[in-house]
Ligand binder design. Structure first.
Ligand code: SAM
Length: 274
């Protein structure tokens, strides 16, 4: 079976027990940390790329208030089916069944204040990630924020340990939580077979900069600040020289930290505007 087909089947199966994750302390913490990093305002437009069963969208809706315009994009109809009831009380929420890459390619530039994606990027290969970063950065309005959370390490041990530091084994023996643990073992097995091949944090940071993003901060999470299996990256639009800007990196340019874009030849930085 091809990798894309395996992935589609996996998300469809996973949708039925996915919300068992809500019983897991590190997942709740991950949702809280991501919502906080987004700081979505009451009138902001936000898109969640690979929104799954809508847990983050529901949290953001509660935090931002009814005026926020929220869009969730996911390729799995089964996942979106679980998301829909959670967003019923939200005035301006929209769920779109689509692969995120063509959706990103078709979306207008500078059309969102917040762009977020949680635990989806590791399912993309390097070429797809390049499309992801350039599309996600292109969507941002000036002053907007991109928050990406993704795994860069195989394994689920640190997540289980973080959970058991606060909950007893006995209270954790719930069927839906055990089902989720089983599915995470399956994802781990797929990583071992390179169906999923997570990129390390330094590669992700470099990819984001090449796409014209300025990385504001990164932190390790989902299993603790040291051992966590996920990284959270917060970025904004880098200042770019509008005369040389391309869809990818501005030629010969640097990001706002003065770091040369990886594709750039080593030249004197050009003046920046805006
Ligand atoms: C591990 S789940 C994460 C769900 C959600 N973001 C969360 O953190 O709870 C991965 C989700 O990404 C979706 N997904 C994977 N590849 C995708 C793609 N290329 N386009 C759109 N959605 C995708 C899957 O259908 C699934 O719902």
């Amino acid at each position: 079976m091809g990798s894309a087909r395996i992935q589609r089947k996996l998300w469809s199966w996973y949708s039925r027990s996915y919300d068992g994750l809500l019983d897991l302390v590190p997942y709740q913490r991950l949702l809280a940390t991501t919502t906080e990093a987004l700081a979505c305002g009451p009138d902001d437009r936000l898109v969640d790329l690979g929104c799954g069963t809508g847990n983050l969208l529901a949290r953001v809706a509660a935090a931002a208030g009814p005026g926020a315009h929220l869009v969730g994009v996911d390729s799995s109809a089964a996942m979106l089916g679980m998301a829909r009831p959670k967003l019923r009380g939200t005035d301006r929420a929209e769920l779109v069944e689509s692969d995120l890459l063509p959706w990103l390619a078709a979306a207008p530039s500078a059309s969102f204040d917040r762009v977020v994606s949680v635990n989806v990027l590791y399912t993309l290969d390097a070429a797809q990630r390049a499309q992801f970063w350039s599309g996600a950065v292109r969507l941002l309005r000036p002053g907007g924020r991109l928050v990406v959370v993704t795994t860069d390490r195989a394994g689920f041990g640190p997540v289980v340990r973080e959970h058991l530091a606060e909950r007893s084994v006995r209270s954790s023996l719930r069927p839906r939580l055990l089902a989720v643990l089983g599915l995470n073992l399956a994802i781990w097995a797929l990583e071992a077979r390179k169906v999923f091949d997570p990129a390390p944090l330094d590669v992700l940071v470099d990819e984001c900069r090449r796409a014209g993003g300025r990385v504001l901060r990164t932190e390790r999470c989902y299993g603790g600040e040291t051992d966590g299996v996920d990284v959270l990256l917060v970025a904004e639009l880098a200042q770019v020289d509008l005369r040389t800007a391309t869809d990818a990196a501005p030629a010969g340019g640097t990001d706002a930290d003065g770091v040369p874009y990886a594709d750039s030849p080593p030249t004197t930085p050009t003046p920046t505007v805006g």
